[in-house]
Design a protein around this ligand. Sequence first.
Ligand code: NA7
Length: 484
Amino acid sequence: MSEKKRFVVIGAGMSGILAAIKLSEAGQDNLVVYEKAQTIGGTWRENHYPGLTCDVPAHCYTYSFAPHPDWSAFYAPGPEIQSYFQRVIDDYDVRRFIQTDSEVTHCAWKDGKWEIGLADGRRDEADIVIAASGVLHHPRYPDIEGLRNFEGAMFHSARWDDALDPSGKRIGVIGNGSTGVQIVSALAPTARELVHFQRSPQWILPVTQFEYTDADRAAFRADPAKVDEIRYGEEYWNGVRRFTSAIVDPDSPQMKEIEELCLRNLEEGVRDPELRETLRPNYHAACKRLIYSWNYYDRIQEHDVVIDTSAIDRVEKRGIHMKSGKFYELDVIALATGFHADKFIKPTKVIGAGGQDLDDFWARRPTAHYAVTLPSFPNFFMLNGPTGPVGNFSLIDIAELQWGYIAQLMRPVLQGDASWVAPTREAHAAYEERRVEAARNTVFGTGCTSWYLDAEGVPGTWPWSYDAFADAMSKPNLDEYKFG
Ligand code: NA7
């Protein structure tokens, strides 16, 4: 019998944990998951700001094989999701594969294997690498004059200082993506003053949040079909399909429906006409990642949050100076200014076959064949890599679909019929050409800035329907692959 293949998984977030579970279940236990941080959880470890909530319904944001009847609310708070992953790694006995404080700094394909280098000097070797290093994990700090001069507390949203008690403080929040909106909604009731700095207004889709009662949780535990009704029910899935149809075709009836809901939310939810105009975006709804909120408009009105949409001039020792001349004296500045979304596995150095450097391959934009594989990078698979679907649906489901694709591609290698697999350059180039053309026509390309856009303004996303993605993942086109 041939020796078991050696797997290296990079990252112990949601996708890396999935890979570990799937490999271990398949008996592939010659496996290590390297995690650069001190604990698992990825996004849900990094983010712990007040108000952190996943905007996918909790029961839909679980692995399909690990439902969780105990969620506290329809939309789960971040810390509960982090606990879910902690529990899952024990339930599925994969903690033993995870090595924390282990940052992979390079991977190089040499003589038919991946040489792996870690920051602390350790070396490893792998037949197959699963890059599950996440998307939004390199904080983007704003380029604002004087930022370092501020003498109060200042941190990025993904570096939240849990020791700080924000109540009674004068707080400025810069940025109004999903993060900024959640932070402001959470801090408004207790802050002494709260200023929300909004470079560009955002559309907000109203959603309903509610807490599950003990009786609800008991019912979910007693009857798993009740969880399935939510997880696989029409309400959620019709929503996913409507949403992706809207993204793909900005003139579609589905997009009109989303626009109407957002517009009505603004018109009916914001009483003061001046504030309403301040908050009114001038671009297509869902062009930037659509914000789901049940309380932002209420919170900012009930607590007199100052919304400032004029430009920040500079930060000074004691606050923020606007170009308008206005000065806000502040105790705390929270930078909800997003992430460098084009990094993926970077800064890990990845050198493929023939010395192909991933940095060069991605010089124009990060790409991957069907978001998963890369020509010249044999036996290298990405989970939630570039050009995958994005939207307000579960990336866990996306990772599971991608795993189905990866498992099929790996089969000949695991069975000993081939040593490696990689897509052909031609197939990938043709995919990428089709993708870029289609992506330009999605709602993300209709004229707004967002983290979806690459340096040329092309959305780095899957530009077709959710079902088309599921379809593509269900059966790789082996004609597009080379096996060696
Ligand atoms: P986002 O969605 O990238 O939002 C970043 C926000 O920060 C956005 O409002 C930006 O304004 C603002 N920003 C960025 N740089 C500046 C400067 N220099 N000055 C003022 N404002 C600035 O990040 P989030 O963390 O909210 O969400 C990321 C994802 O996490 C989210 O989509 C979910 O998938 C979960 P802009 O709109 O560019 O004018």
